[in-house]
Write a protein that binds this ligand. Sequence first.
Ligand code: NAD
Length: 385
Amino acid sequence: MMAFEFATAHRIRFGWGVFEESGRIASMLGNVAFLVRGKYHPDQDRLRDLLRENQVLFHEFIVDGEPTVDLVKQAVAQAIEGGCNCVIGFGGGSVIDTAKAVSAMLTNPGQLEDYLEVIGAGKTLEVPAAPCLAIPTTAGTGSEVTRNAVLGVPDVAIKVSLRSPLMLPAVALVDPALTRSVPPSITAYTGMDALTQVLEPYVSVRAHVMTDMFCREGLQRVSKALPAAFKDGADQEARKTMAWVSLLGGLALANAGLGAVHGLAAPIGGMFKAPHGAICARLLPLVVRTNLKALRSRQPENPALERYREIAGWLTQRPDGQPEDGVAWLEQMVSQFGIPGLGTYGMTRQDIPVVVERSLRASSMKGNPIPLTSDELTAILEDAL
Ligand code: NAD
């Protein structure tokens, strides 16, 4: 068996209704919390009550949209001013990433930019982050158990990660009931991101026995649950399963990396105002098709080919499913969910060379089962417009 490393949140609490424990859990992490949340969630008042009942003071910070470096800097300044000694992220991946980045910068000295991947000064976080309680309200990113925060850098129009094992949240509290209010379009985008995050680590060059377990479990469950949650947001079983798949994706990606979908999504998300999940959804079938072709022609012995066949069987629920059937199933989801082309967000053919060039430097691209050429990446993007 190959050597591997696996790291995750210090504690994971999962289940319908566990949100009620959030005040008590927060009180174990600190007595003045920096509460990062989205613009509105039906349970936000309940969270405030739970914190008060447990004598946790809090300062609120609203995140509306995917986070940028400047937003995190503003948040850190407010958290310091408020004397906060722990951080709570209550929201989608955007909120949780902000909370994790604030936790890291509350304890580590210097400029945030210096610590960033790809564009930073190569500085690594040295001090454990302030304890963070991550409470996801979307079933998508798995950020509650990952070691990075994805931040936009508008000056250079790219999204990059702040990453360190020291950023793993102290507690991930995953209550699927919190996702009931997610509307169908966001259920589809975020759910396709969760699907991508159990698929890409399964064929990643860094996949290992432990991440494989999580990916297999997620890939076997997602194909029924995602269309069901899209169709009926009140379907409790579907919401539970999607929250589980999202958590599995986080566990897998944090330890096995991702692939070309996320490698391309990083520059696209930095250049255009497009939801991360929608970008991933649009690219996923195209990347799988391209990877299959590249593997068959350049590395026919690569074990990823057999893995794509397994994935197709799980997604289509047909044990004899072939890789192309899996691609067809993914294409059908894209069409059923009404996932728009990337042109909808303003991307044009002229932008493709820049996206390709930047994607080749993105950290996720390194996990792809086979290095794709600039021509292959260009063709994917042309089809995704
Ligand atoms: P999001 O957090 O941007 O939320 C999308 C929308 O859903 C927002 O308008 C939000 O207000 C709304 N929303 C959230 N919860 C809701 C609820 N319960 N009911 C109704 N509306 C709700 O979307 P996301 O897909 O969860 O996160 C995307 C971000 O996460 C991107 O920046 C992406 O790059 C990042 N990401 C991070 C990781 C990681 O490991 N750190 C992994 C994948 C993606």
